[in-house]
Write a protein that binds this ligand. Structure first.
Ligand code: HDE
Length: 696
């Protein structure tokens, strides 16, 4: 049986520990007695060429960097395992999708797309979600994104799209942002981008955590059974903690306060044993139904609405180990859409077909030759035997004389055997050589409208604000106008709202009437919101804080899996009413944007001090602005008054728990307060507040 340990054990052979008691040596194993002074002529003389230790050390350093990925340069990864829970035996011969006793080891890398390796995590972008399954039948890579569609239909457009979204070539501005002329110039001239641009302008582009993000294989793939019969399949990852997003103002501030926000979040959750988990789901479409939809299954700018073909949950992915070395593992991992195992095959999606070329090609330049498959993180757990030889960084010592097939000198080995081999799906293909897209790819708007119609009011507001922000950064007015014209095919109200925000002519009539259909599964408002696990909750304190309140809040929140942190003006301890209260972090080192919720315990003196501290007042104001749960007990309510937050809502009523503001005027935290507060945190964001006048 393959267990995660198999990959881990194999990695173990390559680990080099800085053993206690070990000696410093050169790369040739020669012990070194001084690594702080170069060899020179006299104390003040020139350095000598013969100082081999100096030259080796500097040369190695000079060559430390490799090219970053041309896209998805910024990323982070982790190991874990996959288990099939509902076997797909009748559809595929892939063992890891059939055998419930297998625990297939995996490595997953999450990424942003446009930014450089050192760019911030919380930018508006698509997120990569790439999984390498080390199956017993060989490596299978599911190289997906957190959005189910893509910008273009044919891979030949990929260089154009990427050149448009990357920093502009004359001044290399802006970094990790789509808010600039070249991207929107491309987009307004290429209407097939419209559906994906709706996703990119939505909250999906701002995940709260990689652990709270869906994943999609995007293309239609094919499962192939033991008899060679095929079934179309779309792959989905669904996070156990629900799909949740940040808000735009928050993401921009986090990019400064903690550019590693998503990376740190994943790392810390795994270190804390709170292992992230996803459910693998499949949408299966029998081959006879290939043409049963009003879109083409081969068009990667389309989803199959879940209401038309339900997602069947089939397995579980758990990430439970951080890598030992970022470069060796996360940077050198090489994914390739073409890594498939028997039982999984491709379709003629022209985007997919282009990717089959690109991924292998890119590794050759990025990892410096054809032997990157021998890097520890890339090695399959399945045995590798073939006649591939030599090349840069060959680390295998192939013995014997015969590196060809057929041979008699090695007894004909490695031999070609039919059992268990990959057999390509025998699709009949017949046609003329043409450069032409199928008519069935021509509708670029219906699903963009479907997405828009499926959004809640708050999500729609965010989409409009995002278009306004991005187009507001576009200098050329004809581009702004062109985008609005495109949007007028999606929804008239959307087009008019965007036009009004960016100072161009709003269209008088809809270009295409809105079809009125929606798909509830697309809205994050319908994602489960019942857990506070791993949510970070700030407890604001100062000297004089009610010790009992802090203790009860801390214990109660920890008991439900949240992460409470006590924040005060200074690190160390605060002097509580009945003894010292340990401070987790000093306020100046954090900010409300790094927390999911905030609670202010009682204590007259403490609250008076917080009221006089602008950063504490701003903390609650900003949390309110971002729709987060806020709790206050006894005197703590006064801080909300200072922040002018315990006033009225947009209906002129006092703020209530259903708006995520949980107040308890009596002192001494009660069970009821905790219960209401936990529900408010689990709701993730409260959209029924009057946010416009709140300064943050
Ligand atoms: Fe990629 N993509 N891509 N892509 N992609 C790369 O491969 C490419 C596409 C995705 O964490 C590159 O190793 C082309 C769709 C992820 O290492 C490169 C086309 C989807 C990652 C490449 C696409 C993706 C990549 C850059 C259009 C979602 C990061 C470095 C035909 C289904 C993998 C590398 C990691 C990386 C090419 C479109 C996802 C250049 C030509 C659609 C998650 O090969």
């Amino acid at each position: 049986m393959t267990t995660p340990d198999d990959k881990d054990r194999r990695l173990g052979r390559f680990r080099v520990d800085p053993d206690h008691g070990s000696r410093l040596t050169t790369d040739q194993g020669i012990p070194v007695d001084d690594t702080d002074n170069s060899l020179r002529v006299g104390e003040r003389g020139p350095t000598l060429m013969e100082d081999f230790h100096f030259r080796e050390k500097l040369t190695h350093f000079d060559h430390e960097r490799i090219p970053e990925r041309v896209v998805h340069a910024r990323g982070t990864g982790a190991y874990g395992y996959f288990e099939v829970t509902d076997p797909l035996t009748e559809y595929t011969s892939a063992e890891f999708l059939r055998d419930t006793s297998l625990r297939t080891p995996v490595f997953v890398r999450f990424s942003t797309v446009a930014g450089s390796r050192g760019s911030a995590d919380t930018v508006r972008d698509v997120r990569g979600f790439a999984t390498k399954f080390y199956t017993r039948q060989g490596n299978f890579d599911l190289v997906g994104n957190n959005m189910p569609v893509f910008f273009i239909q044919d891979g030949i457009k990929f260089p154009d799209f990427v050149h448009a979204v990357k920093p502009e070539p004359h001044n290399e501005i802006p970094q990790a942002s789509s808010a600039h002329d070249t991207l929107w110039d491309f987009v307004h001239l290429q209407p097939e981008t419209t559906h994906m641009m709706m996703w990119l302008m939505s909250d999906r582009a701002l995940p709260r955590s990689f652990r709270m993000m869906q994943g999609f294989g995007v293309h239609t793939f094919r499962l192939v059974d033991e008899e060679g019969a095929g079934t179309f399949v779309k792959f989905h990852w669904k996070p156990r903690l629900g799909t949740h997003s940040l808000v735009w103002d928050e993401t921009q501030k986090i990019a400064g306060k903690d550019p590693d926000f998503n990376r740190r979040d994943l790392w810390e959750a795994i270190e804390a044993g709170q292992y992230p988990e996803w459910e693998l789901g499949v949408q299966l479409v029998p081959e006879e139904r290939e043409h049963a939809f009003d879109f083409d299954l081969l068009d990667a700018t389309k989803i199959i609405p879940e209401e038309e073909v339900p997602v069947r949950p089939v397995g579980r992915l758990v990430l439970d180990r951080n890598p030992d070395n970022f470069f060796a593992e996360t940077e050198q991992v090489a994914f390739h859409l073409g890594n498939v195992v028997p039982g999984i095959d491709f379709t003629n999606d022209p985007l997919l077909q282009a990717r089959l070329f690109s991924y292998l090609d890119t590794q050759l330049i990025r990892l410096g030759g054809p032997n990157f498959t021998q890097l520890p993180v890339n090695r399959p757990v399945a045995e590798v035997r073939n006649h591939q030889r030599d090349g840069y960084h060959q680390s295998a010592i192939h013995t014997g004389r015969a590196a060809y097939h057929p041979n008699s000198l090695s007894g004909g080995c490695p031999a070609v055997v039919p059992e268990g081999a990959f057999t390509h799906y025998q699709e009949r293909v017949d046609g003329n050589k043409i450069r032409k897209r199928s008519e069935s790819f021509a509708d670029h708007y219906s699903q963009a409208t479907l997405f828009w119609n499926s959004m809640s009011d708050w999500e729609k507001e965010h989409i409009i604000a995002a278009f306004r922000f991005e187009l507001g950064k576009v200098e050329h007015r004809h581009i702004r106008q062109g985008v609005v014209a495109n949007l007028n095919n999606v929804d008239h109200y959307l087009a008019v709202s965007v036009a009004e925000g960016v100072g161009v002519e709003p269209p008088a009539q809809p270009a295409t009437p809105n079809h009125g259909r929606s798909s509830p599964a697309l809205s994050q408002a319908n994602a489960p919101r019942d857990s506070v696990e791993t949510r970070k909750i700030a407890i604001l304190v100062a000297d004089g804080v009610d010790t009992g309140d802090v203790q009860t809040i801390r214990e109660a929140l920890s008991a439900v899996g949240a992460i409470p942190e006590v924040l005060a003006a200074r690190d160390g301890e605060a002097e509580g009413s009945e003894g010292p209260v340990e401070v987790t972090r000093a306020l100046p080192t954090v900010g409300s944007v790094l927390y999911d919720a905030v609670v202010v315990p009682g204590g007259k003196e403490s609250v008076t001090a917080l009221e006089a501290d602008g950063s504490a007042v701003q903390f609650v104001t900003e949390a309110f602005k971002h729709g987060k749960a806020i709790g206050a007990v006894g005197d703590g309510i006064r801080l909300l008054s200072s922040a002018r937050l315990n006033g009225v809502n947009d209906r002129g009523e006092a703020l209530t728990a259903d708006q995520g503001v949980v107040l308890q005027s009596a002192s001494g935290v009660t069970g009821e307060f905790i219960e209401q507060f936990v529900v408010a945190v689990a709701a993730h964001r409260h959209t029924n507040r009057d946010l416009a006048p709140v300064p943050a």
